[in-house]
Design a protein around this ligand. Structure first.
Ligand code: FE
Length: 154
């Protein structure tokens, strides 16, 4: 019986701890707060799932080394070591900096089925991931410059 009782009581506690750890990591701000921290163009892209005009962003031709962070929350998302020349007009990467940094959502907008990528920590819209990328992953993370901030390494 002690074993059963222990299982009964420890399961909900374990779940509580897990939820607590997750909520600590998630950043939630109101639209008004995001508007004060972002330019109108950044707000449109990051918080309203907009897309910057091809070849118009800051980073599609960026070649400095460093870590690309989320524009909204500063979480590291991509390494310059995984940046690839896609010719698409948006900065592209073949893998995220770590598996848990991104979240994928099915996107049915504009008559297409695409996989939207958002920052797991704050929900910032980053772009989309496609399966026509280069080796070694075959993935192409096509990201808006406006959703990123490069922490350049000299
Ligand atoms: Fe973020």
């Amino acid at each position: 019986m002690p074993g059963a009782l222990q299982a009964l009581h420890s399961a909900p506690i374990a779940e509580q701890i897990k939820e607590k750890a997750m909520s600590d990591k998630i950043i939630k701000k109101s639209d008004a707060e995001w508007r004060t921290e972002l330019s109108p163009e950044e707000y449109r892209i990051c918080r309203e799932k907009g897309t910057e005009r091809a070849f118009s962003g800051t980073y599609y031709e960026e070649h400095r080394n460093g870590v690309y962070q989320c524009r909204c929350c500063g979480e590291p998302l991509f390494s310059s070591a995984t940046k690839c020349e896609s010719g698409s007009g948006w900065p592209s990467f073949f893998q995220p900096i770590e598996a848990g940094a991104l979240e994928e959502h099915r996107d049915m907008a504009h008559g297409m089925v695409r996989t939207e990528i958002v920052c797991r920590k704050c929900g910032c819209h980053l772009g989309h991931v496609f399966t026509d990328g280069p080796k070694p992953t075959g993935l192409r993370y096509c990201i808006n410059s406006a959703s990123l901030k490069l922490e350049a390494k000299e």
